[in-house]
Design a protein around this ligand. Structure first.
Ligand code: PLP
Length: 381
């Protein structure tokens, strides 16, 4: 146990932190909390004094919101964002009182008292949400904190410009506006003119609201430069090792390693049908290994992909099954890989972003799809 600062809550270092034991599991997910801390420090260094939150939606992008929060708290992070009220309630339970937790999607109608009881702050995205929170403040008899989100051009969440400009002077009675915020649609494409258009729209909308600190940048937004930093950055992906600058060298440390166990190996003759639907037939004798990880663990069906063993690439053959994937291991010496051995799906041989690209998706989707059946090993706490 390691709780030297007295803040946060203890996270076992290198210990079994899941209900699935290492021997019973079909796959092992290793999460490096030390790398998350280093990534936070790297982003802070770029932000030159600007505050930096941690985005923990979808259970910390699948890696464990409470564990990630605990690591970030040790780096001085004291503002967190989740997507849903339910996630905020769970995080508050894990962290205890004291850190600001904002709910990005806003509060579902009628849930204001639940949010208040858990000490959570809404991101107000609409006139209706604003009215409900004003009413909650009146009932509570005190000012209530919130962030106000405006839509600067993504058309997803936040008050539309016409609504912002029509707000009366008493619209924010009883509300302590901690941040005015917006979200960039194309921050990972630095040359996309949408970034500057959103920046300009954000500038205009901010001026229509009461003066408050501002927040615009997600991970990639931090790399667009200081103009986009404002008073608070909101990185998620970069903390977890996803490259915030696609097309350039990843400035972040890798955080996750995913290894699956070999369940069985076999040899097949030329012409053998492999996997459901026989979508693959061997064009010669092959050696195969079946691993205990499948689409139920978030590795999508039909994903053209590969695993690695001791630096050797082992391509998937046939369809991904629910609980298993068949690998062509003919490139390895016979007998080298056997039952119980671990092959790598994400790690030193295949980065998260590379694995995602081969599977036809993005690192965000791989991480947040990772299943509940893995043994989770937290290191670097
Ligand atoms: C998800 C999200 C973030 C974090 O984005 P990353 O690309 O993961 O850094 C920040 N702000 C909002 C509003 C989000 O929805």
């Amino acid at each position: 146990m390691n709780d030297d600062t007295g803040r946060g809550f203890p996270v076992p270092d290198g210990a079994d932190n899941s209900t699935v034991s290492e021997t019973a599991a079909g796959a092992i997910l290793t999460i490096d909390l030390g790398a998350i801390r280093e990534n936070y420090r790297r982003l802070k260094a770029r932000l030159a004094g600007v505050r930096c939150a941690g985005v923990l939606k979808a259970d910390g992008y699948g890696l464990g919101a409470a564990q990630v929060a605990s690591a970030l708290i040790r780096e001085g992070c004291d503002i967190f964002f989740v997507a849903l009220l339910s996630e905020g309630i769970a995080l508050r339970k894990a962290l205890g009182p004291g850190h600001d937790i904002f709910v990005l999607n806003g509060l579902p109608p009628g849930s204001e008292s639940e949010a208040l009881a858990a000490g959570l702050h809404p991101v107000i995205n609409s006139i209706a949400q604003l009215g409900a929170w004003r009413e909650a403040a009146r009932a509570a008899g005190r000012k209530l904190p919130a962030a106000v989100q405006v839509d600067s051009g993504m058309s997803r969440l936040g008050m539309p410009p016409a609504d912002v400009e029509a707000l009366g002077t008493d619209a924010f009675d009883g509300i302590d506006i901690r941040f005015v915020m917006s979200h960039l649609a194309c921050a990972d494409e630095p040359r996309n003119p949408a970034n500057e258009q959103q920046w300009l729209a954000f500038e205009r909308l901010r001026k229509a609201l009461p003066a408050a600190p501002a927040s615009l940048a997600n991970s990639s937004g931090i790399f667009l430069g200081p103009l986009y930093h404002y008073d608070l950055a909101r990185p998620g992906a970069a903390l977890y090792g996803i490259n915030p600058t696609p097309g350039e060298t990843n400035p972040m440390l890798p955080v996750v390693r995913l290894q699956a166990k070999v369940a069985q190996t076999r040899s097949v003759e030329e012409g053998a049908g492999i996997g459901y639907g026989h979508t693959y037939h061997s064009r010669g004798p092959l050696r195969l290994a079946t691993i205990s990880l499948g689409y139920a663990d978030g590795w999508h069906r039909r994903a053209a992909s590969a695993a690695w063993f001791e630096g050797v690439r082992l391509p998937f053959v046939g369809r991904v099954s629910m609980d298993s994937i068949i690998l062509d291991i003919s490139a390895l010496p016979a007998g080298r890989l056997g039952e119980g051995d671990l092959v790598e799906l994400i790690g030193p041989s295949q980065s998260l972003d590379d694995a995602a690209a081969h599977a036809g998706t993005i690192g965000y989707e791989i991480l947040t799809s990772l299943g509940a059946r893995f043994h989770r090993r937290y290191i670097g706490a």
